[in-house]
Design a protein. Structure first.
Length: 116
């Protein structure tokens, strides 16, 4: 089992920045990939960014150049630095971890609200 705890959400004005943190605990040695997804009201959950245990990253087109995902490696903590935030970035952001290449875990989510 893997537990995920997100932090760092909040309210920010357009053009501002926030940094999200997700700390994994439990069977972290089995984690292959971690990432962030988000869900805005009335919309489906969508991928924001992922990072593999080897450090390869992937971003949604909508956040490329503005968001950066990183990790501290062995401790399985990941970060999402979000710059130049826009109102359309408003959503609940969920941390995700994939273990043993097949099992997915989710955090409870953290709210990010960007005011115009």
């Amino acid at each position: 089992q893997v537990q995920l705890m997100e932090s760092g959400g909040g309210l920010v004005q357009a053009g501002g920045s926030l940094r999200l943190t997700c700390a994994a605990s439990g069977s972290i040695s089995n984690i292959n990939r971690m990432g962030w997804h988000r869900q805005a009201p009335g919309k489906q959950r969508e991928l924001v960014a992922t990072i593999t245990s080897g450090g390869m990253t992937n971003y949604a087109d909508s956040v490329k150049g503005r968001f950066t995902i990183s990790t501290d490696g062995a401790k399985k903590t990941i970060y999402l630095q979000m710059n130049s935030l826009q109102p359309e970035d408003t959503a609940v952001y969920y941390c995700n971890a994939v273990a043993s290449y097949v099992r997915a875990y989710w955090g409870q989510g953290t709210q990010v609200t960007v005011s115009s």
